[in-house]
Design a protein around this ligand. Structure first.
Ligand SMILES: O=P(O)(O)OC[C@H]1O[C@@H](O)[C@H](O)[C@@H](O)[C@@H]1O
Length: 294
């Protein structure tokens, strides 16, 4: 849909559609609670800033904004697989959802001045509805339905791959995942156990935490804040920072940008992939809140 049509059908006082970077269309949200942005490309939230706080989501200055490419930063949606697709080296990493144009279904102002946007798309036999609520907190809800016409049960992986801004990766810590087993992708995919009281960073980190439904808290003394991610119907949390070498290998990631970000991803992957029968649905949610440290 064209920009004018989007504004005519879905523009409200708090939501305006504009041409964003690379000419891709984004919705700009402004309310007394927060500022936010979501691109139609990938239904990709690229900005969330509660009033009187600093931006919560990290964006790479090197991000590419092109129809075939994924935006680097914000909240990419990974679906229907996570990471590389086993046995298909040419398939795009993290699936199709983050590189396709989604349809806007609804914009509304809800109770408490929370701005809600709903977007949808179809991928293979799945219908995806993504509801994003911009308020004092950011709430993300991915609702997946397998078509009643599908021939059989289908399995998928999913993640809301949240990139968070931090003052300095060396000084932040994450609590809430211990004790949990995790797959250490930096150490050849071996399974380990988190035993410390908090996760801290001193090198590349790429971990899939297993059997964890708990809330995670990212403490950032430099920014004097705690970011809390609570979730539902998600059994994995992925923690990722590419550090020096991997950043250098990624063309859309600045060489030193790894110091100012970390990903805490709400997911269902691997053994926790979701299996849907025809006509059935599954909803995964994540809520991101910010509290000031005194
Ligand atoms: O470069 P991409 O496809 O956006 O992926 C970024 C990272 O995403 C993380 O979720 C994965 O665990 C990492 O292995 C991966 O490198």
């Amino acid at each position: 849909m064209k920009l004018e049509d989007l504004n005519q059908r879905f523009g409200i006082a708090e939501v305006k559609f504009v041409a964003g970077q690379g000419g891709l269309i984004k919705a700009v949200v402004t309310s007394d609670q927060c500022e936010g942005e979501i691109y139609i490309h990938g239904a990709h939230v690229t900005h969330f800033q509660p009033t009187n706080q600093k931006p919560v989501l990290w964006m790479s200055e090197q991000s590419v904004f092109e129809a075939e490419k994924a935006i680097r930063g914000g909240v990419p949606i990974c679906f229907p697989w996570f990471g590389p697709l086993a046995g298909h080296p040419k398939a795009p990493g993290h699936g199709w959802a983050r590189t396709r144009s989604w349809d806007v279904v609804k914009t509304s102002l809800r109770e408490g001045n929370v701005v809600e946007l709903v977007m949808r798309t179809e991928i293979e036999d799945f219908a995806l509805a993504y509801t994003v609520r911009f308020g004092e907190v950011l709430s993300l809800e991915l609702h997946v339905t397998l078509s009643p016409q599908a021939a059989a049960t289908v399995t998928y992986e999913e993640a809301m791959h949240t990139y968070l801004t931090v003052s300095d990766i060396h000084s932040v810590s994450i609590r809430g995942l211990e004790p949990a087993g995790y797959i250490d992708k930096v150490d050849g995919g071996t399974t380990k156990m988190e035993t410390g009281s908090a996760i801290r960073f001193d090198g590349e980190c790429d971990r899939v935490y297993l059997e964890t439904t708990s809330t995670t808290r990212l403490t950032d003394p430099g920014m004097k804040r705690i970011i809390t991610i609570s979730k539902s119907h998600s059994h994995n949390t992925v923690v990722w920072n590419p550090w020096v070498d991997k950043s250098a290998r990624m063309p859309d990631f600045g060489d030193n940008e790894w110091q100012g970000m970390v990903c805490i991803e709400t997911a269902n992957i691997g053994k926790r992939s979701i299996e849907l029968k025809p006509g059935k649905s599954h909803t995964m949610t994540a809520t991101i809140a910010v509290d000031q440290l005194d």
